[in-house]
Structure formats: C-alpha cells, structure tokens
Design a protein around this ligand. Structure first.
Ligand code: SF4
Length: 451
C-alpha cells in the first residue's frame, strides 16, 4: 500500500477563484465552484462541478446547515481550530484524505490515498476512536466495514455522495437479478461446466448495500487496481458477470482480457430486461450496468490528440473510468495509485498528460516540479461531491468530537457518523474478503492495469 505524504502547494480552489475573478486565464465548468459548498446544501442536485447533470436519488443523505461560526470563519481561524483539535486528540483521531480532495482539506490528512488504501489505513489505526473520512459516502462506509466496532467513521458533509455510486441502487440491482433469474434459471445452481449462470461484481465505488448483495450472491468487489484479477476470479466461477455500477471500468477491463464488445451488453435499469433480448443475454460474458463517472466522462480523444501535437513525446495516462476510445488512445491506463507511481518513477524532465480528477493532477504537478504534468481537460472541473468537503465542515466535526474530554465515541458528540447496518455489514465484508483473497490467474501476469 502506498500512501502519499500530504502536500499543500496546489490549490484547485485558488485556481477557480482566480479564473472567476478574471485574474487568470483559463475556464471552469461552473463559476459557482468559486462559492463555498454550504451554499448548495439545501438545493437539489450534487452542487457545482462535473456531476451536476446527474440525477441525485431522492433518499440521498442531506446535510443540515453548518453553524455560522464555521461558515463565517476565515481560513486562518479554521486552520487554528482544526490543528488545535488534532493536537488535543492525538492518536484518538485519524483524518483520511482522498486523492481527489481539495488541497485545503488534504493538508490536515494523516493519510492520503485512494478509497481502499484509506479504508485500510482506518483498519491499521485501532487506537483511533474517530476516523474522519474526507472523501465521499461509499468510502466512509467501506472504512466503517473495515474498522473496529468502537471506532466512529465520520463524513464531514453528508451531501458528499458519489454520482456514479448513486447510479445503481439495491432495489434496481435486485430487480435486475430477478430478471436474470427468469432468463437463466436459479442463479446459484452450477451448470454442466461447474459454473453458475451469473456472478455479480461491484466496483468499490458503490453503496455497502450493493457490496452486501454481492456477498450474499457469490459475488465480489473490485477496485480500479485489481479489476482484471477480480474478473478472472468471477469467470472461473460464473458463465458471465453482472458488473456495476461503472460501465467503463467493466468494459475497459474485459476488453483488455479479450472479451469481444458484442458480448458486453449494457443493462439499463429503466428498461425491461435492461433493454436486451434473450439471445443477447445468452451470448453475453459481461453485462455492464449503465453507470459512469461524470468526472472521467469529460475526457476525449480530441484532448489526447491535441496534447500530442502541443507536447511531442508526451506520456498520456488515463483512469479506467474513462470511456473506451479515450483509454484506447492513451499510452497507458491505471488507477490513481498507478498514475502516482508512474509519475514518481519517471526520469526528470518527463511530460505527462493525465486523465483523472483535477485535484490529484494539480497536486502531482506541484509535488513533481521536475516534470511537466497537466490535466488533459483544460476546463477546470473538479468532482462536485468531493467539493462538498471544506475546512469549515472539518472544523465543525472535529470540534464536536473534542467537546468531550473523555475517551470513546459514545463520550464525544459524534456528528455525521456513517454506520453500515448490521444486516449488510457481514455479507459486504465477505465480498471484500473474496477480493483480498483473489489472485491473478497467471503468476507475474503483465498488463497495463496496475495490480
Ligand atoms: S470522481 Fe467520479 S467516481 Fe470519484 S467520487 Fe467523484 S463522481 Fe464518484
């Protein structure tokens, strides 16, 4: 596991403010990004940024209003208050910061990494009563699954969901499963080849309810680092895979494994049989859920072509949540961890065009001044749900915790605790454990996807 040292020198927030006040060139996808996130807590939608056009579920958690003392505090005041609580709580507190989080928050993180690295960091700190996860909702759920029962996992702003994770909910997936059962017969009965008709595979970017669904139905979780290993695990046990919620990760990974595109139909949850006929489903190897990440959907082949013209010799690396033509046009693709390691290992003077969330790209550019590193998309457009975390919310949850001078989460005033219901926790952990136990089919097997 690689966890980066927090760095403080890059700020997408500052870039956006300079653009919107005309003090800098460039453009942003939404000038509302210059406002503070609490301006959007009571409004419908995900807030400004790359996910604005996606439909937020009606039952998505809502953040209550942030007390004025945090909304009105200056950055210096918030900085002093956050550091004071960190100092007071010491080992009783761990702050986790996702790679895509704004630098104004990442500077306080004890660990910076991807969602699974951070969930493991929660597990590796059993002395912490409180784990404050500066990421999005499904990440805090995963940290709750992997941390101890007496540890409270806290999400500073409940409106920090994930538009991709929200594109598949448990009711839709159960309905889909019933339709597949009508098509293929009992889904837990192996055929003559010893494999069941369908294995469900969920991306880490999904609710705990979907991870639990996979645990109950012989399925498994994957990350963007191990998707190929996990799909190989699933094909050993199933004639086909139902992959949710990210169609692009599923398609890019299965294609790299040799699965023909015509055997990867899409499942649209709003249409009977997902919009497929029986023959198509019979022939399928991977049924792809109609989900996507609005941040990674912004990257295009034209951006790559332009980067190659403007920067001859540029190395283009994109995330596998990007659409297939973009992944095909790039030099490499891989998880955030893969991208970070590729840059760290490159000789000085390298030039990188990166297709992933702008906060990570800008931080990497600041961290490695010996390279030229830029985002493929020159419109500054961060993830709108990561954007919902701000130092004001962080100060609020931390000072609530520090209100108590006793130890233990029940002694402190824990706000915004994320708890996975007991009925889901055990099967969700089972699906995660299957992922951890899965091994690549060929020892030392290569491939471009990070492993
Ligand atoms: S970048 Fe995409 S997948 Fe990641 S949290 Fe944001 S919307 Fe979700």
């Amino acid at each position: 596991m690689t966890l980066l040292e927090p760095t403080t020198t890059a700020s997408v927030d500052r870039t956006i403010k300079l653009i919107t006040t005309g003090k800098s060139g460039g453009s942003t996808c939404n000038t509302d990004l210059a406002a503070e996130p609490w301006d959007f807590d009571s409004r419908p939608g995900y807030g400004p940024g790359a996910s604005m056009g996606d439909v937020i579920p009606t039952n998505a958690p809502r953040q209550g209003s942030l007390p004025a003392e945090y909304r009105d505090a200056s950055p210096e005041e918030l900085d002093r208050r956050i550091r004071a609580v960190k100092e007071t709580m010491g080992e009783r507190l761990v702050i986790l910061g996702h790679f895509y989080q704004r630098s104004e928050v990442v500077q306080y993180a004890d660990y910076v990494g991807d969602s699974f690295q951070l969930a493991n960091a929660a597990k590796a700190n059993p002395k912490a009563d409180a784990i404050v996860f500066c990421g999005v909702h499904f990440m805090a759920e995963t940290a709750d699954l992997l941390s101890g029962p007496d540890q409270a996992v806290i999400l500073p702003n409940l409106a920090a969901g994930c538009s991709m994770a929200d594109m598949a909910n448990i009711d839709q997936v159960e309905e889909c499963w019933e339709e597949l059962e009508a098509q293929f017969g009992p889904l837990d009965q192996p055929g003559s080849d010893g494999r069941v008709p369908v294995i469900p595979v969920t991306y880490m970017n999904s609710s705990a309810a979907l991870k639990a669904f996979c645990g109950r139905n012989g399925g498994i979780v994957c990350t963007s680092s191990n998707a190929e290993t996990v799909l190989a695990w699933a094909f050993e046990r199933g004639q086909r895979v139902l992959f949710f919620p990210d169609q692009h990760l599923g398609r890019n990974t299965a294609k790299a494994m040799g699965v023909p595109l015509e055997q990867m139909p899409m499942w649209n949850p709003n249409r009977p049989m997902g919009g497929n006929d029986a023959e198509t489903l019979d022939d399928s190897q991977v049924i792809l859920w109609h989900g996507f990440c609005s941040v990674h959907k912004r990257f295009t082949v034209e951006q790559i072509e332009r980067a190659r013209v403007e920067y001859p010799g540029v190395r283009v690396i994109v995330h596998p949540e990007c659409p297939m033509p973009v992944v095909d046009a790039a030099d490499e693709y891989g998880s955030t961890d893969y991208i970070s390691k590729a840059i760290a290992a490159a000789p000085a003077g390298s030039t990188f065009a990166i297709g992933t969330e702008i906060n990570l790209v800008q931080r990497l550019a600041a961290q490695y001044p010996e390279h030229t590193i830029f985002c493929l998309d020159d419109v500054v457009c961060p993830c709108s749900t990561m954007y919902r975390i701000h130092p004001g919310y962080l100060a609020w949850v931390l000072e609530s915790l520090a209100d108590s001078d006793s130890t233990g989460p029940e002694a402190a005033r824990v706000v915004n605790r994320i708890t996975v219901p007991a009925a889901d926790a055990a099967p969700a952990r089972l699906a995660l454990e299957r992922m951890l136990a899965a091994r690549p089919p060929v020892a030392g097997g290569g491939g471009i996807v990070a492993s």
